[in-house]
Design a protein around this ligand. Structure first.
Ligand code: SAH
Ligand code: SF4
Ligand code: F3S
Length: 458
């Protein structure tokens, strides 16, 4: 009988992409994906280490999952539990110590080795041992050269990893330690993956990287191509209607890339450009290597190139040393930029990062109060942004089914979720439903909510 597996994904889009790749690797090995964790032969937790809450959740999930995996035979056939991703990388040894139920731990750079690792696990089992395998090396070979080829058909919108790792070392952040040094995939590998995805029905591609706009990949002639150059090349693929990229660092937002937003129609009018805080003192302590003013200039230049561009961001409140005045500077910056969408977090001290040892750590209740004030303002702006689209007609790419019958969910160029429900649910509308899925259609926005829009086909 074929073995089945379940992967739970935590954290960022890079992990979503990695989960797809691990799925491809396992399917090529004859495993079958299961939609639920109960009774499976292999569970992989693809974890996130960015904040304490995310990391701790993994341990409580392991406790729950060990009871529901395939427990038929206490020794030989018991379902395996593996921890992958950034917690695996950062805390591999600790997981082995704290969680005896875990059989395998590996980091984000070793996914191509998964069959070999499972082989080791099987060997240990064959010798009557409880398998325990740990692989958190940063291998010399790059995983991208050893992973199965792209698989389309999952959705009309796909992620494509073009860059990984980070050399920026913001003082609060674990990513440079969990994902390793910055690496750009070669142009030819990206282009062939993109072409295969489009041939399989993908209409929108989000280029991924922890520092995606620092991309500098080699062409076959040995020249270095920037992200702007890569987007221009991708825009030549027929039927690839939408190109997005995330996450960008303000320092790497070149004029060349800003110009792409004005010149390449496939480049969507939406950009996630985190600043984290509005005070220059805090930005310096975070080692962000730019100030608030230069960030505002970048946004102004983007709006000049593409006046309707929607901006989203990330914020951290309560970084060590953040005074009321510093926090007010964050609110002032938010007021100035008016984000269409944003994520905001309380500073979480992470082991191994410089910010843990900084003096003047901010009290939890102060962090909570600042977060609430910031989120009120961000929500207000998001609501205003959504409200102004009511009555507008926008092209929507339908990506997935809604919860209700006849309901489709898609996205506007500005990344807003749009729900459309087909009125009569009969055979003709079923055909219509299927033809809409994966397609871009004009939708008139009827109502706006805080997080999504409702629309009707025009
Ligand atoms: N590479 C991206 C972000 C990666 S992490 C960038 O440079 O912006 C995603 C977000 O998590 C960050 O933008 C930041 O807002 C948040 N984050 C990272 N480390 C954090 C920490 N220690 N505490 C709270 N939030 C954190
Ligand atoms: Fe983390 Fe900073 Fe690198 Fe982003 S740029 S991944 S926040 S270290
Ligand atoms: Fe989390 Fe790792 Fe992504 S720490 S945010 S899963 S890069």
């Amino acid at each position: 009988m074929k073995k089945n597996f379940y992967i739970k994904t935590y954290g960022c889009q890079m992990n979503v992409y990695d989960t797809e790749k691990m799925t491809d690797v396992l399917e090529a090995e004859g495993y079958v994906a299961s939609t639920e964790v109960d009774g499976v032969d292999l569970v992989i937790l693809n974890t996130c280490h960015i904040r304490e809450k995310a990391a701790e959740k993994v341990y409580s999930d392991i406790g729950r999952i060990r009871k529901v995996v395939n427990t038929e035979d206490k020794t030989q056939k018991r379902g395996l539990i593996a921890v992958a991703g950034c917690v695996g990388q950062a805390e591999g040894r600790e997981i082995m110590r704290r969680a005896p139920a875990v059989n395998l731990v590996f980091g984000p750079q070793t996914y191509h080795r998964l069959p070999a690792l499972l082989g080791e696990v099987a060997d240990q089992r064959a010798r009557g041992l409880t398998p325990r395998v740990l692989d958190t090396d940063f291998p010399a070979e790059t995983k991208f050269d050893h992973l199965p080829r792209a698989k389309a058909g999952r959705s009309a919108s796909a992620f494509l990893s073009v860059q990984e790792g980070c050399d920026k070392f913001c003082t609060y952040c674990v990513v440079p330690y969990t994902r390793g040094a910055e690496f750009s995939r070669p142009v030819a590998a990206i282009m062939s993956e993109a072409e295969e995805l489009v041939a399989g029905g993908v209409r929108e591609m989000t280029l991924l990287g922890q520092n995606v706009n620092a991309y500098h990949g080699l062409t076959e002639n040995g020249e270095v191509l920037s992200l702007a150059g890569l987007i221009r090349l991708l825009a030549k693929i027929p039927n690839l209607g939408r190109i997005r990229y995330t996450t960008s660092h303000p320092r790497d937002m070149t004029q060349e890339l800003i110009d792409v937003h004005g010149e390449v129609s496939q480049c969507m009018p939406y950009l996630h450009l985190p600043i984290q805080a509005g005070s220059d003192k805090i930005l310096t302590a975070m080692n962000r290597q730019h100030g608030a003013e230069s960030y505002i200039e970048t946004i102004d230049a983007l709006r000049k190139a593409r006046p309707d561009i929607a901006i989203s961001g990330d914020f951290i409140v309560g970084f060590p040393g953040e005074t009321d005045e510093d926090f007010e500077a964050t609110l002032a910056l938010v007021e100035r930029i008016k984000y269409a969408q944003a994520y905001s977090f309380k500073f979480s001290p992470r082991p191994g990062t410089p910010a843990v040892d900084m003096e003047n750590q901010v009290d939890e209740d102060v962090k909570a109060e600042r977060l609430a004030r910031l989120q009120d303002l961000l929500n207000k702006h998001q609501r205003e942004f959504n409200d102004q689209t009511v009555g507008m007609t926008m092209p929507v790419l339908f990506e997935r089914e809604g919860k209700q019958k006849g309901q489709l969910i898609g996205r506007t160029p500005y990344m807003q979720s749009v729900h459309v429900t087909l009125s009569a649910v009969d055979e003709t509308s079923e055909q219509e439903y299927n033809s809409l899925m994966g397609d871009v259609r004009d939708v008139e926005i009827v109502t706006a909510g805080p997080r999504s829009l409702e629309g009707r086909l025009v």
